[in-house]
Write a protein that binds this ligand. Structure first.
Ligand code: AKG
Length: 336
């Protein structure tokens, strides 16, 4: 009757997505008759929980990311900022927290304020910052990708400093899965919330849409003249002609993205510190894998070295560094 042709086609696609062995090759050829002829098996990246509109779901399926405007309130973001400042001033000690500095800041220049901090990692023991990971409006979206059992596996507050002239404030293009020894890949998602307006000027995220459909690639430190921050591995070679998108965002906007999506961020050419808060979630049903003999071995070695220093343990298994940082935020911890 009234349903437009486009809407009907969309419904067909969604129907296909929800089938266990959905078989569509491109959203342009969803006609059933054509499908049996031209289609091969494809994987799906999301669930229908009633949260995403069909358009949003298709967008994530095709592009590997989804931007939701105005998801986190000003009040919450201001609270995260205050807590971050208290941590920088060393007014609170957070067990397990990793405080990173930009390579352009010499050790002798140390000052206990945000100028010395480019990133906090592993704030799972800070109740105020960790509130971010359990915000119901975030989990409602996360569930579309992980399913109902949700673990917060990795937390960060990124404070991209004004570039000191060496371009070290850039984050090389990479896939987050490089860092993660757990699978399945499609049950992992990152939530990244802008704590202020982020633009090309202050180094917004840059994504290569659709790259989540590819494989995990080899990563290593890029050879940048001005130096590279610790652990900032990049994809060795990606297609320089692949379309790039600069994801400009307002305070409180949140982007959800797939762990294979190639992304990075540009130089901060302003005098301000560009802030974002983020969490990587995985399904509680994910399982650990052994990365020995894979391209992830180089990061495993670095993380183990750091963990041995930090936790003063002789031999830490890579997966254990994840198992003790991970926190259940919804449902059941069936694995991980
Ligand atoms: O916030 C940014 O600049 C990018 C962060 C990022 O991609 C990462 O830390 O993996």
């Amino acid at each position: 009757g009234k349903m437009s042709r486009a809407a009907e086609r969309l419904r067909t696609v969604i129907h296909h997505l929800d089938g266990a062995t959905a078989t569509i090759v491109s959203f342009r050829s969803v006609e059933r008759s054509e499908c049996s002829r031209t289609c091969s098996k494809r994987r799906t990246y999301s669930f229908d929980t009633g949260t995403l509109t069909p358009e949003q779901r298709l967008f994530y399926e095709e592009n590997g990311f989804l931007l939701i405007k105005n998801l986190v309130s000003e009040t919450d973001i201001d609270r995260f900022r205050k807590e971050f400042e208290r941590i920088c001033r060393q007014e609170v000690k957070v067990p397990g927290l990793i405080v990173m500095r930009d390579v352009a800041i010499a050790k002798s220049e140390f000052v206990p304020d945000q100028r010395a901090v480019s990133k906090l990692q592993d704030f799972q023991e800070d109740p105020e910052l960790f509130r971010y990971c359990a915000l119901p409006q975030i989990l409602k979206y996360v569930e579309c990708f992980t399913g109902p059992n949700i673990m917060a596996m990795h937390t960060m507050l990124i404070n991209k400093p004004p570039d000191a002239g060496k371009k070290t404030s850039r984050h090389p293009m990479h896939q987050d899965l490089h860092y993660f020894p757990f699978r399945p890949t499609d049950r992992i998602v990152c939530a990244w919330t802008a704590m202020e307006r982020v633009t090309r000027q202050n180094g917004c995220l840059v994504v290569l849409p659709g790259t989540h459909k590819g494989a995990l690639q080899e990563h290593d430190y890029p050879d940048w003249e001005g130096g590279v921050n610790k652990m900032y591995h990049g994809v060795r070679d990606y297609d320089p002609d692949h379309p790039r998108l600069h994801v400009e965002m307002e305070k409180g906007d949140t982007v959800f993205f797939h762990p294979l999506l190639i992304h990075g961020s540009g130089m901060n050419q302003t005098q301000g510190f560009r802030k974002a808060i983020s969490c990587h979630y995985a399904s509680g049903d994910c399982y650990y894998i052994d990365v020995r003999g894979t391209t992830q071995e180089n990061i495993e070695n670095e993380v183990k070295e750091l963990a041995q220093k930090k936790y003063r343990m002789n031999e830490v298994a890579f997966k254990d560094t994840w198992a003790f940082r991970g926190r259940l935020v919804q449902g059941e911890r069936t694995s991980l």
